[in-house]
Design a protein around this ligand. Structure first.
Ligand code: PPS
Length: 567
């Protein structure tokens, strides 16, 4: 298969028309695009999603969901839909033009709304992702992030979404086609990735290109990948380091602003179509391509070779040839990589899993040169310093008067004595004075208060500091949400200050329990308002049998055992 590098259709109008349209579109009803919709729109406009001419109509959507085909019969496996809220949908009539704006309000495109409908999301989840299970990131997105109503219709492109990072590494399909034409590349193997490249990947991509007698395009996704992945800034710096390891002028790299769905087999077909649009002739599909991980029953969503099977079935329609990904392992005796099925008998195989790599990074352990390139390891270590250098949050929870603030203060002083990281105390009373002065104690207000504390703590954690929070935080769901926000950046240590309500009332240091009993303070936690006991806190402290110094010391010991501070 050799490529046809003629330009493919884009949805942009000329510069002059765009300027005019932009002024006119200022008067249209606007939709503010979500980050995922911006990724989708970019690929619609630049031809990456050719033959789509806009967000799917209802008829196209039904065909795509049920049979992976557009209404005209063309293969298309992924619903590219413009989801909006019911409130937004009420403002829009079929036949109307709307302006599509980015998050700063810049008009990127207009769309003529030809269709407006309420999709059956359960059915979409079953058909497209294989299960209506929110453990799947795209199903979770479908039910919990996407709007209830879909709008469909053709798009007129005004301008590309703006990117300030790695501009010279981003190419439209036509830019890549022109580049391949210029260099006389007739066969190109694309490698899709959302992970940093290590030696095994370099070996396998190099072999794939050699086998297909083709040039190689490293085509990483920098739009949206799986939650928890290494951020794309770090990955691109890693890719740039690996690029030097290929024989000169055989290989290039370009960044793809795709929002992945982790849809396994369907996603592989979609990825193939996208690469065909980018002028590639071959595409590497591996074991568990674009796999979403485990379902809620702890089983894989897709079989390991489902993606390869589906791709093979549609290969001629996709227009690129599949190169199957070989699992490469390092053979110690030969000091080189081999495909796992070609390892000489009796030789020793060395391999480091993704989980093991993360553990080594977290704990600052050695990552051997046979596994990765030193430049890549240095980049990864810069973004994932060992735990003893990362930020973290200690989150105290407990009744009013349980001793949270006192222990938190003692802990702060001990951590400051040790030095090394800035420490911030977000005490309940202090926060209510400075951040949440307008809030009361209804469930809604308490949640807002805790979410604010969580937001500040997550920023502190992200930037390498220590946040100590000491609110009552009575609701388990809110504590869990805060934990999730913070764990994206560092450790979250929930400390339950387990002083009983009777003891708190007996101490009544602020006289509030008396007032609560007299009904002079309403909704008082533990008296007239609920408190969900933490079920699995990292630490539970009994203050009735230990003094403050000892309580704070228990936290220090916990932090040491988690590798967050060094003894
Ligand atoms: S919450 O639920 O987490 O938002 O509460 P928090 O921000 O930690 O604020 C608790 C402090 O406010 C005082 N206070 C009350 N607490 C509980 N219920 C009611 N109705 C109430 N009204 C005022 C109380 O002094 C708490 O301080 P601490 O430091 O916990 O004793």
């Amino acid at each position: 298969m050799a490529n046809n590098l003629a330009p493919i259709p884009e949805l942009y109008v000329s510069y002059e028309s765009a300027q005019k349209l932009k002024v006119e579109a200022g008067n249209l009803t606007s939709h503010d695009l979500t980050p995922r919709q911006i990724c989708d729109l970019e690929l619609l406009m630049n031809g990456g999603f050719n033959p789509l001419k806009g967000f799917l109509s209802e008829e196209d959507y039904n065909g795509v969901v049920d049979n992976m085909r557009l209404a005209d019969g063309k293969l298309w496996p992924m619903p590219i839909t413009l989801d909006v809220s019911e409130k937004m949908a009420e403002k829009i009539e079929v036949g109307q033009d709307i302006a599509l704006r980015d998050q700063e309000g810049v008009i990127l495109a207009t769309m003529t709304v030809t269709d407006k409908w309420v999709p059956n999301k359960d059915h979409e989840a079953e058909m497209v992702f294989g299960a209506n299970d929110s453990a799947h990131p795209a199903v979770n997105y479908l039910h919990n992030t996407a709007g209830k109503v879909y709008l469909g219709g053709p798009v007129t492109g005004i301008q590309q979404p703006v990117h300030y990072d790695f501009r010279s590494r981003r190419d439209t399909p036509n830019e890549l086609r022109a580049y391949f034409r210029k260099l006389g590349w007739r066969k190109i193997v694309a490698f899709q990735t959302r992970n940093p490249l290590h030696r095994a990947h370099q070996e396998l991509t190099f072999r794939a290109a050699r086998e297909a007698q083709a040039n190689l395009l490293i085509h990483p996704v920098v739009g949206m990948t799986k939650p928890g992945d290494v951020d794309h800034f770090t990955r691109v710096r890693c890719y740039e380091a690996v690029l030097d390891k290929y024989p000169q002028s055989t290989t290039t790299m370009s960044l793809l602003n795709l929002a992945m769905r982790m849809a396994g087999p369907r996603e592989a077909v979609w990825h193939g179509l996208i690469r065909a649009n980018h002028g590639c002739t071959h595409f590497i599909v591996g074991r568990d391509h674009a796999g979403p991980g485990k379902n809620s029953a702890g089983k894989d969503f897709y079989g390991p070779y489902d993606a390869q099977e589906l791709f093979t079935k549609y290969q001629s329609e996709i227009g690129v040839e599949m190169v199957d990904f070989k699992h490469m392992v390092y053979v110690q005796e030969k000091a080189q990589y081999f495909p796992a099925n070609e390892v000489p008998e009796g030789d020793t195989i060395l391999d480091i899993s993704g989980t093991e790599l993360r553990r080594r990074l977290r704990e600052g352990l050695d990552i051997p040169e046979w596994f990765s390139f030193p430049e890549v390891v240095t980049e990864l270590r810069r973004t994932s310093p060992p735990r003893s250098k990362q930020g973290f949050t200690v989150f105290f929870t407990g009744f009013s008067g349980s001793g949270k603030s006192t222990i938190a203060n003692a802990l702060m002083v001990k951590l400051m004595e040790m030095g090394g990281r800035p420490v911030t105390l977000l005490d309940g009373d202090i926060v209510r004075k400075n951040l949440s002065s307008e809030l009361g104690f209804s469930k809604e207000h308490r949640d807002l208060n805790i979410r604010r504390i969580g937001y500040v703590a997550s920023e502190i954690t992200k930037n390498g500091g220590i946040a100590i929070c000491a609110p009552i935080a009575p609701y388990a769901t809110t504590r869990r949400a805060v934990r999730e926000d913070i764990e994206a950046f560092g450790a979250f240590i929930e400390v339950h200050v387990a002083t009983s309500i009777e003891e708190c009332e007996r101490r009544d240091r602020k006289g509030l329990y008396k007032l609560a009993r007299e009904g002079k303070i309403k909704e008082f936690t533990g008296i007239s308002d609920p408190y969900d006991m933490p079920e699995h806190p990292e630490l539970r402290i009994e203050t009735e049998t230990a003094d403050v110094d000892n309580c704070a010391h228990q936290v220090i010991l916990k932090l040491e055992s988690m590798g967050l501070i060094k003894a």
